[in-house]
Design a protein around this ligand. Sequence first.
Ligand code: ADP
Ligand code: MG
Ligand code: MG
Length: 502
Amino acid sequence: MSQPSSLSFLAVKCGRVEEIKTQEENSSKPMSHVHGIDSELLQRLVNDALIWSSLHGLLVGDKNVQRSGKVPGVGMVHAPFALLPISFPESHWRQACELAPIFNELADRVSLDGNFLQHSLSRTKKVDVFTSRLLDIHSKMLEIGKKEDIRLGLLRSDYMLDEKTKLLLQIELNTISSSFPGLSCLVSDLHRSLLNQYKEPLGLDSRRIPGNSAVSQFAEALAKAWTEYNNPRAVVMFVVQPAERNMYDQHWLSTILKERHDVTTIRKTLAEIDEQAELLPDGTLLVGGQAIAVIYFRAGYAPTDYPSESEWKARLLMEQSSAVKCPSISYHLAGTKKIQQELAKPNVLERFLENKDDIAKVRKCFSGLWSLDDSIIVKDAIEKPEFYVMKPQREGGGNNIYGDDVRKTLLRLQEERTEEDAAYILMQRIFPTITPTFLMRDGICHKDHAVSELGIYGAYLRNKDNVIMNEECGYLMRTKVSSSNEGGVAAGFAVLDSLYLA
Ligand code: ADP
Ligand code: MG
Ligand code: MG
């Protein structure tokens, strides 16, 4: 099949780096020396990196251009990225990769336990309107006995490496709208290209950057789900926000779906779905007269995605249909912070996983997680708020509470004696290693102290008892200025990065 040149580029980049310690590589320098590179070399690297990004589609819409979130090809700017990869221990990277298929299976098992989801979130439901609406849809599906035979999860489990304990600890498991499978692959390619081009002055080995096949594996999973649905005329529908500056990340997926798998994508907002959708008696979802095989959500995870009842109607209608939902309402709920905290309680993992080794591996990456009815922890968090993060049931970055605000919020909740405490969980704060980094945003290079968060993508597809895919699917490295608490790239806190195995 003929493909655009950038796609062929993507096709050759992947493949795991299995054994990388050749003699030559052992002689390459550690990453640390690059922080002192001279300004002339830095300028050349910056310039080449910016050109590379523009030519290879490492792009987002520019917020300074009004139409950039609506019209493709208008107002593009390079995605924020780190100029060079971040050093990361190979053993921890492998540990994170190994966890991916286990978390895939765990999410699927949890999604099937309707009572566990409803019961665990029952107090949250009373005080969090958004989670309550999701739970209502879930209850309706339980009532009508809705079964999802074909289940597709495109997940991303995020980790930070705690410097003091050297433990790889999970930040969260994303089950809806796991972003950047498209752009993260490009950052790995960009870094490899720079390391090759500047081999002599940098003295780094590009083979230490692991292959990243997130976009092709996610496209493959979507294509396989489409095949399982078994209607050659049906399409994949991307549910998108009305204005989406991260559209190129999504377009990479749909382009590969078309080019490699001959599967067509349509893009619709929740409001458009409400206007154009129709449910046939056999469960087929038609949108604008077109049958939908797979619904891939890149919207619908935040309250702002539902400005009116129309959007909720659309979500319910989709859930009632026979289309494969990525994610279903159960998968969505399985990814909430409250469920993460419930899974960390003693003997809960054992309800969902049989394999003892798998359980031990998962437990090892759990940090401290508590509900606010744990009075000893709440007391400790009021005394030492810097060691905790307080999290509501939200996605997309920018929602957590840190530092002195933890103390203030906990004291307020104690005074008010309402049930609002059920909206939050408390989490142990993780402190990753701080390294000097070159961060690129809007064509400008800033040197700053930064910390990183490693996300590992996973794809899970099954049809009834047949597990069709359960794979680790590449990675997303995000690096943020260490003085910033939050980490979202789209939210403006972090840059995309890749890793240099140490
Ligand atoms: P979201 O679903 O909004 O992405 P996260 O749980 O991932 O929520 O939190 C957002 C960001 O906050 C993370 O990317 C990370 O930078 C920071 N963060 C979250 N939990 C912790 C923690 N326990 N310790 C340190 N930083 C954290
Ligand atoms: Mg999240
Ligand atoms: Mg996150």
